[in-house]
Design a protein around this ligand. Structure first.
Ligand code: NAI
Ligand code: MG
Length: 354
C-alpha cells in the first residue's frame, strides 16, 4: 500500500532523531513493500517562528490535512521562543484541529533498558495506556472570583460528553479485542461523585458490545501503585484526560528512559491525519551533538505503521529495536552506552533488512 507522510522535525534533537526514523521507514518499505511518500515541512519550529513571527503558516491545515499521518519530532527552543507560545502554536493546534482524541502510549520493557522495578525482565511488562485527549478535566470552563481577597474562589469544571467518553472507550475496547486480552478502566468514583460515576456507567454500557473482552476498574490512587507493583496485570488501560496524562508518564517511567518512549495522537476515523512523536522534547542540553537516543522516534514510526494498517511492518520495527537494544555497542549515552544517534538508527534499519 502507498501512504503520504507529512514529516515535521521541529526543533533541537527533533532534527537529529527524525532522520533516523526516516532511515528505518526506508528499510521498512524495502522489506515490507509499502510505499511511503514523504513531504518535509519546516514549520512548527522555533526557527520558523524567528523568520515569520508565528509558528505555522496560516494555511497549515490545508498543507498537511490531506496526509495519511504526521511524523513529528519535538517542538521548543526556550532560548528564542517561550514554551507556551511554541507548544500552543503547533502541537496543541494539531491535536485539536485534527480531533486526535486518543493519546496512545505503549508501556513495554525492552532489553538493555534499565528499569527502576526490581526483578522484571523483558516480556513481563507489555501494555498500552489510552488517554482521552480532548475534554475531561482539561476544560477552559471556570473562573476566579474575589481575586486577591480572603474570599477568593477559583473554579475549573470537568466536561465529559457522551460522544467524547464513548469514542475513547470504544477505541480502547477495540484495542483490547485486537490483542485478545483485557481492559482496565481508571476511575475515582468514590471521591469525584458526578463525572467519574458517569465514566463508569459508560464503560459498563460500552462493554456490552464487547462480551469477549474482560474488563476491570481501579481507583486512580491504587492504580498508580499497581503500575509500580504489578505492571504485569495490565493489557489496555483507558483513562480520562488527567488520569491518562499521569498514567502515560508513569508507565514509561517504570520501563526505562524518556529517550525510548513513543506516543500516538490518533483520530481513529482517519477523517484527519494522526500524529506520531516521541514523548521527549527537543532536549536543548544535548542538541547538536549527535548523541540523542533515536529509539523514541523510531518506535513512534512503528505506532504509525500500525495505525496505517501495516501491522507486520510495525511488529518488524519493534522486533528490530529489541534486537539492537540487547547489544550494548548500539546503546546511546542515556542507556549507559557510547553509540551516536546515527549508529543506533542505522543498526535498527540494518536489523529490519536482516
Ligand atoms: P526534554 O524531553 O527535551 O528533555 C528532558 C531531559 O531528557 C534532558 O536532560 C534531555 O537531554 C533528556 N532527553 C530527552 N530526550 C532524549 C533522547 N532522545 N536521548 C537522550 N536524552 C534525552 O524535556 P525538557 O528539557 O523539559 O524540554 C525541552 C524543550 O522541549 C522545551 O522547549 C519543551 O517545551 C519542549 N518539549 C516538547 C515536547 C514535544 O514536542 N512533544 C514534549 C516535552 C517538551
Ligand atoms: Mg504529560
Amino acid at each position: 500500500n502507498a501512504y503520504r507522510l507529512a514529516v515535521i522535525p521541529g526543533d533541537g534533537i527533533g532534527k537529529e532523531v527524525v532522520p533516523e526514523g526516516l532511515r528505518v521507514l526506508e528499510a521498512v518499505s524495502t522489506k515490507f513493500g509499502c510505499v511511503l511518500n514523504v513531504d518535509h515541512f519546516e514549520f512548527a519550529s522555533c526557527d520558523y517562528f524567528q523568520k515569520h513571527g508565528q509558528m505555522m503558516p496560516d494555511d497549515w491545515k490545508t498543507r498537511i490535512g490531506g496526509h495519511d499521518a504526521i511524523f513529528f519530532g519535538a517542538v521548543g527552543w526556550p532560548e528564542t521562543v517561550p514554551d507556551h507560545v511554541s507548544l500552543w502554536g503547533s502541537l496543541i493546534q494539531f491535536r485539536r484541529e485534527f480531533d486526535q482524541y486518543v493519546n496512545l502510549r505503549p508501556v513495554r520493557l525492552m532489553p538493555g533498558v534499565p528499569t527502576p522495578l526490581a526483578n522484571r525482565k523483558p516480556g513481563d511488562i507489555d501494555f498500552f495506556v489510552v488517554r482521552e485527549n480532548t475534554e475531561g478535566e482539561y476544560s477552559s470552563i471556570g473562573g476566579r472570583m474575589f481575586t486577591n481577597t480572603e474570599r477568593e474562589v477559583v473554579i475549573q469544571e470537568t466536561v465529559m460528553t457522551r460522544v467524547g467518553v464513548d469514542r475513547v472507550l470504544r477505541y480502547a475496547f477495540e484495542l483490547a479485542r485486537r490483542r485478545g486480552k483485557h481492559l482496565t478502566s481508571a476511575t475515582k468514583s468514590n471521591g469525584i461523585s458526578i463525572t467519574m460515576p458517569y465514566w463508569d456507567e459508560r464503560v459498563e454500557e460500552i462493554s456490552q458490545g464487547y462480551p469477549d473482552v474482560k474488563w476491570d476498574k481501579y481507583h486512580i490512587d491504587i492504580l498508580t501503585a499497581h503500575f509500580v507493583q504489578h505492571p504485569d496485570w495490565f493489557d489496555v488501560v483507558v483513562a480520562s484526560n488527567l488520569f491518562g496524562d499521569i498514567l502515560s508518564d508513569l508507565g514509561p517511567a517504570c520501563t526505562g528512559t524518556i529517550g525510548i518512549a513513543p506516543a500516538g495522537n490518533i483520530n481513529p476515523e482517519r477523517k484527519f491525519p494522526s500524529l506520531f512523536e516521541p514523548v521527549h522534547g527537543s532536549a536543548p542540553d544535548i542538541a547538536g551533538q549527535g548523541i540523542a537516543n533515536p529509539v523514541g522516534q523510531i518506535w513512534s514510526a512503528a505506532l504509525m505503521l500500525d495505525h496505517l494498517g501495516e501491522t507486520a511492518a510495525a511488529a518488524g520495527v519493534v522486533q528490530a529495536i529489541e534486537e539492537v537494544l540487547s547489544r550494548p555497542e548500539y546503546r546511546t549515552r542515556d542507556l549507559g552506552g557510547s553509540a551516536g544517534t546515527a549508529d543506533c538508527g542505522k543498526a535498527i534499519a540494518d536489523a529490519i533488512l536482516g
